[in-house]
Design a protein around this ligand. Structure first.
Ligand SMILES: Cc1ncc(COP(=O)(O)O)c(C=O)c1O
Length: 387
């Protein structure tokens, strides 16, 4: 069933910013808003159903990423999970943390805050496709390196980092490894054991759960100091009475993602490649792909339309919802820092558009988006020529 909020007159290709809530997810959560209001941490009849639901939701989220239920900490979303991952290991002045330049601001700004309190920070560069070289991690390690944090997938380009290799380098050295998988969980199959990570960020609204719920995977045996101390919920790692309805939503979203993963991944990739081909063939001069051609999320296409300022283009294109940079920094006239870190010049970065597909995207949507973009960019170019 299509979410009621998806409009017929506006093609939604901005799933990396956020996804609509799957109606099945909303339905699963509803009884925990309307009926089962008991506090799961209390004793007695009212607590039984919320407590059972929380246990089930935790198991569902764990199953999606190959973790044990006890390794899942429910949070308010990707940002909180990132901050808990970076602050939880309680680095002290003189300790060293390694991350990289295209991380989400939740990671970068936490690094900056830790640096102000005396933690040494190294931000590694990326190559032209947005990837970190594992050898750079090896070279950056010091005897005081306690934590390495590199995202699994970048939200702007979809580029996948070589996390297996990066985590292996950190592990060899005895440092913890965190990966922000907010853009990857629910979109590609993954397992924490195969990745070899200690901490992993999950964000519900990137895979059809509501905004404001997420999780942090904390490998058994890894100790994290809570950001929110209090009643000791979530195994003492995140206090506060649990948001049962949203945890249930996250669990159901995880179950649905797991169920449809393989077929959905290839369907979306096929549509994404069709969109890419259309744009490339129908636009004079084609388009330039930003990000890794293969090591990329199946539903993400970031291309530059040479000669076009995509910010202006999109603001005159009400029939298409897409992004020109990170959705987290709309309103920012500067070129995307992710694209410039990859070495793209200002003009190419300002002509970039991110098209991200999702569960209800159809072939007709993709064809319409391509036609709208081709017509609008032709228009910009011919208007410029006539000035
Ligand atoms: C890679 C990445 N990490 C973290 C976040 C933040 O997640 P949330 O919006 O749930 O706080 C985002 C959101 O865009 C993201 O793309």
């Amino acid at each position: 069933m299509r979410p009621p909020g998806l409009r017929d007159d506006v093609v939604y290709l901005d799933h990396n910013a956020t996804t609509p809530v799957d109606p099945r997810v909303a339905e699963a959560a509803r009884p925990y808003i309307e009926t089962h209001f008991g506090n799961p941490s209390t004793a007695g009849t009212y607590a039984d159903e919320p407590r059972r639901a929380l246990i089930e939701a935790r198991a569902q989220v764990a199953a999606l990423i190959g973790a044990r239920p006890g390794e899942i900490v429910f949070t308010s979303g990707g940002s909180e999970s990132d901050v808990l991952a970076l602050r939880g290991p309680a680095l002290t002045p003189g300790d060293h943390l390694i991350s990289q330049v295209t991380e989400h601001p939740a990671v970068l700004r936490t690094c900056a805050a830790l640096e102000r309190s005396g933690v040494r920070i190294t931000l590694l560069p990326v190559d032209g496709s947005g990837r970190v070289d594992p050898e750079d991690v090896r070279r950056a390690l010091t005897p005081r390196t306690r934590l390495v944090s590199v995202m699994l997938a970048n939200g702007e380009t979809g580029t996948l980092q070589p996390v297996v290799e990066l985590a292996a380098v950190a592990r060899e050295h005895g440092a913890l490894f965190h990966t922000d998988a907010a853009q990857a969980v629910g979109k590609i199959p993954l397992s924490v054991a195969d990745l070899g990570v200690d901490l992993l960020t999950v964000a519900g609204h990137k895979f059809y759960a509501p905004k404001g719920v997420g999780a942090l995977y904390v490998r058994q045996g890894v100790v994290v100091e809570p950001l929110i101390p209090g009643g000791g919920q979530e195994g003492g790692r995140r206090s506060g009475t649990e948001n049962v309805a949203f945890a249930v939503a996250l669990g159901e979203a995880a179950r649905l993602a797991r169920e449809g993963m393989v077929a959905e991944k290839s369907r979306i990739r096929r549509l994404r490649d069709r969109l890419h081909e259309r744009l490339d063939a129908d636009r004079p001069g084609g388009v330039r792909l930003n990000g890794h051609p293969e090591q990329r999320l199946p539903g993400t296409l970031n291309v530059s339309l040479p000669g076009v300022l995509t910010r202006d283009l999109l603001s005159n294109l009400p029939g298409l919802a897409a992004a020109t940079g990170s959705a987290c920094h709309t309103g920012d006239p500067e070129p995307s820092t992710v694209l410039t870190a990859m070495g793209l010049d200002r003009e190419r970065a300002l002509s970039a558009i991110r098209l991200s597909l999702g569960r209800w995207t159809t072939e007709a949507d993709v064809d319409r988006a391509a036609a709208l973009l081709v017509a609008a960019s032709d228009d910009v170019i011919s208007r410029r020529a006539s000035i």
